[in-house]
Design a protein around this ligand. Sequence first.
Ligand SMILES: Cc1ncc(COP(=O)(O)O)c(C=O)c1O
Length: 325
Amino acid sequence: MRKKICENVLEAIGNTPIIRLNQLTKGLSTEILVKWEPSNPGGSIKDRIAPYLIAEAEKSGRLKPGGTIVEATSGNTGMGLAMAAIVKGYKCVCVMSTKQSADKVNMLKAMGVEVVMCPADVGPEDPKSYYSVAKKISEERPNAVLGNQYNNPANYQAHYECTGPEIWEQLDGKLDYYVAGAGTGGTISGTSKFLKEKNPKLKTIGIDPIGSILADYHRTGKIVEAKNYLIEGVGEDIIPDNVKFEFIDEFEQVSDQEAITILHRLAQEEGLFCGSSSGLAVAGALKAAKKLSGGRMLVMIPDNGSKYLGKFYNHEWLKSQGIKI
Ligand SMILES: Cc1ncc(COP(=O)(O)O)c(C=O)c1O
């Protein structure tokens, strides 16, 4: 239960609604519910991890009063960190790749964040990549720390302590399949670990964009070369520590076209205006559900569509990318 008055924006994080899909599931025997994370004050699931990343840096003594928190982000973690930094009196620097929508960049600038842009077409080890630049800034600036959402266990812990128990309570423990995309892996790994501890029979299905290396790595243990894809925030060209493969039973792979088709159907048939990674997650969930009989599935919806109006909801842009709507 949310407090009647939150003392600051951080107290308004979490306790997001669960909503049933009614139209896209026609003909399926599996019930599909979605966890509506856009209800978080910063507009995404990543609000949940920001206070944890900051608390960990404070506890370890790496972050001192008035210090700077630096992060490589596709935008949503940056928003969460911006909010937490403002409340706690820190500065915030976000390093982003040019793949991300202009609205995400402008949103962070609106929060007073210093945004550093890096090219999208370089490998993760390249000194120009957004991972490398964020690390370098955190090492060179006095009293600065890297949030390190990819490898910092505080990310995964946030979902183990908050998201997992919240879902379990909302559903009175009645859940058979948990479905989420993976970027850093914090959401799927932390939530799944908690849910599996409660119900060892629960199956967790990761949804990966075609072009990302996570699904292949899960299947073969080999790192393949990543290819470009359009969907933002999920899939990786590295294997982050926070992707805990032991808590993911299987992956479904989804193409940009499949994800974007479902993204538009979610808006127009369910009234759910989602971000691109939600289209991907639901498209993968529907693929998985077609192979199942019965049971209840919950799919994570990480953010809403407003930051993607110029891209995934813009028919001219979609056409230029070869996507048919
Ligand atoms: C839009 C969006 N969807 C999904 C994710 C994936 O969440 P996680 O990093 O916890 O795997 C992110 C992460 O940044 C995101 O921004």
